[in-house]
Ligand binder design. Structure first.
Ligand code: DGL
Length: 263
């Protein structure tokens, strides 16, 4: 049975969820964790709902077999397509991540919010539902980030291809008067320096990482399963392709190990 000393489980289609894992680790440094990078099946964003649910089940069961006490679905695409299924099916608490269009709708002055996300997220019912709760005067300009996840997974963050793709996605949003940009995919926070080169230093770029970490803490607290340890947490990372991909974002130390596994 999982209890307060059990690890937190985190999964994503690849390395993107490490941006969320880092926020959780900052807020809850004494928690142990297990991170699953399903890089073999990335990108999830171009897959259909049923396939995304299948993959989310596989990842969840892997983490439950490791006795995780709570699961963070550190992927907008998996959250928006699969989290209601996961919550109905498993007893463990789930934390999801959704594009932060609500905070952006409060921040925008032009009333035009740009969002960069995967096709799977933008086409999901959950995203449509959240969008429908915004004030009527808010316009959401959606842009699918085709190809961005693949370049990040391939280690091409600082490549001319990345610059070209980002410019082709962001310039039209700016031309349509968007005055803030929501990052609706957990891979994209790693692109912030490149995005800054396009939008400038003062343009709001909004992601949900900190909010997810706070929510993780609240839910652990609510279920009385916050770790009581005073020691730094131990973290195990698993990837079903090459560990070098994760090592670009997660350096290995005594308390952080990265392993290749077939799952
Ligand atoms: N990092 C994921 C997300 O937040 C998935 C990207 C993908 O695999 O397409 O949407």
């Amino acid at each position: 049975m999982a209890n307060s000393s059990s690890p937190i489980g985190v999964f994503d289609s690849g390395i993107g969820g490490t941006s969320i894992w880092k926020e959780i680790q900052k807020l809850l440094p004494n928690e142990d964790s297990i991170y699953l990078s399903d890089s073999k099946n990335a990108p999830y964003g171009s897959k259909g709902k049923e396939r995304i649910i299948e993959l989310a089940i596989k990842n969840t069961e892997f983490l439950l077999n490791q006795n995780c006490k709570l699961i963070v679905v550190a992927c907008n695409t998996a959250t928006t397509n699969a989290i209601s299924y996961l919550r109905q099916t498993y007893d463990v608490p789930f934390i999801g991540i959704e594009p932060a269009i609500k905070p952006a709708s409060i921040k925008t002055k032009t009333k035009v919010v740009g969002i960069l996300a995967t096709k799977g997220t933008l086409n999901s019912e959950l995203f449509a539902k959240t969008s429908s709760t915004l004030n009527d005067d808010i316009i959401i300009k959606e842009q699918v980030g085709t190809g961005l996840v693949e370049l990040i997974e391939n280690g091409q963050i600082r490549s001319p291809e990345m610059t070209k793709l980002l410019e082709s996605y962001i310039h039209p949003l700016l031309a349509q008067n968007a005055d803030c940009l929501v990052l609706g995919c957990t891979h994209y926070p790693y692109l912030i320096p490149q995005i800054r080169n396009i939008v400038g230093d003062n343009f709001p770029i909004i992601d949900s990482g900190e909010a997810v970490a706070r929510q993780t803490k609240n839910i652990l607290d609510k279920h009385s399963i916050l770790s009581t340890s005073t020691k730094k947490g131990v973290h195990r990372f698993y990837i079903n392709t090459k560990k070098e991909i994760l090592n670009r974002f997660i350096p290995e130390t005594e308390s952080m190990t990265v392993k290749e596994l077939d799952f």
